[in-house]
Design a protein around this ligand. Structure first.
Ligand code: 5GP
Length: 196
């Protein structure tokens, strides 16, 4: 505690970083590196109506819920934001409680959302720092998306269409981080989460 701080002072609010990046840009690899570099960071666990992918763990990667459960969460006002993803193929949203609690406790929080979600979070919490994780190039993104080999052609086409829209919107973000080096991208995000 410094001379300027006393136990009477309110806890400074934590920093909220909102991360957006096209499908297959390598977000989960960057996020895994951030976990190693900054174990105290709080990651918002979204609710989603889509099925788990191989290796995904309920409660860690997502809260996997039915459409009815998801809509009940909306009704009860439990989501900070939510969006229809990939033309309504699935709905995903950010539970408000854990984010608000972590920020009030002064902890850094990382929220991973789509473009619509990032706009809604900024409306709700204007102090949010918005970051776009960009691929080194469009062909590289296409290669990574098709190369993952876990989805059907239809799903890949939808993800490419969403990615085109997201890439065109990168100017509205406060920071654009190019993911050509996972460690460097993660370090950039850590510096935004903990400040100068
Ligand atoms: P995926 O299904 O591949 O995990 O994610 C698809 C898209 O949904 C990604 O752009 C991801 O950032 C977004 N997404 C994941 N969780 C949320 C959320 O809680 N809210 C919103 N708006 N988008 C989310």
């Amino acid at each position: 505690m410094t001379a300027e701080q006393s136990s009477q002072d309110p806890v400074p609010r934590g920093r909220l970083v909102v991360l957006v990046g096209p499908s297959a840009v390598g977000k989960s690899t960057v996020v895994a590196r951030i976990r190693e570099l900054l174990p105290e960071v709080r990651f918002s666990v979204s609710a989603t109506t889509r099925d788990p992918r191989p290796g995904e763990v309920a409660g860690r990667d997502y809260h996997f819920v039915t459409r009815a459960e998801f809509d009940a969460m909306i009704e009860r006002g439990e989501l900070l934001e939510w969006a229809d993803i990939h033309n309504g193929l699935q709905r995903s949203g950010t539970p408000a409680g854990p984010v608000q609690a972590a920020l009030a406790a002064g902890e850094p929080v990382l929220v991973e959302v789509d473009l619509t979600g990032s706009r809604l979070v900024r409306e709700a919490l204007p102090e949010a720092i918005t970051v776009f994780l960009a691929p080194p190039s469009w062909p590289e993104l296409e290669r990574r998306l098709i190369g993952r080999g876990t989805e059907s052609t239809e799903v890949i086409d939808r993800r490419l269409a969403t990615a085109r829209i997201e890439m065109a919107a990168q100017d509205e973000f406060q920071h654009v981080v190019v993911n050509d080096d996972v460690d460097a991208a993660a370090r950039r995000l850590v510096s935004l989460l903990i400040g100068p």
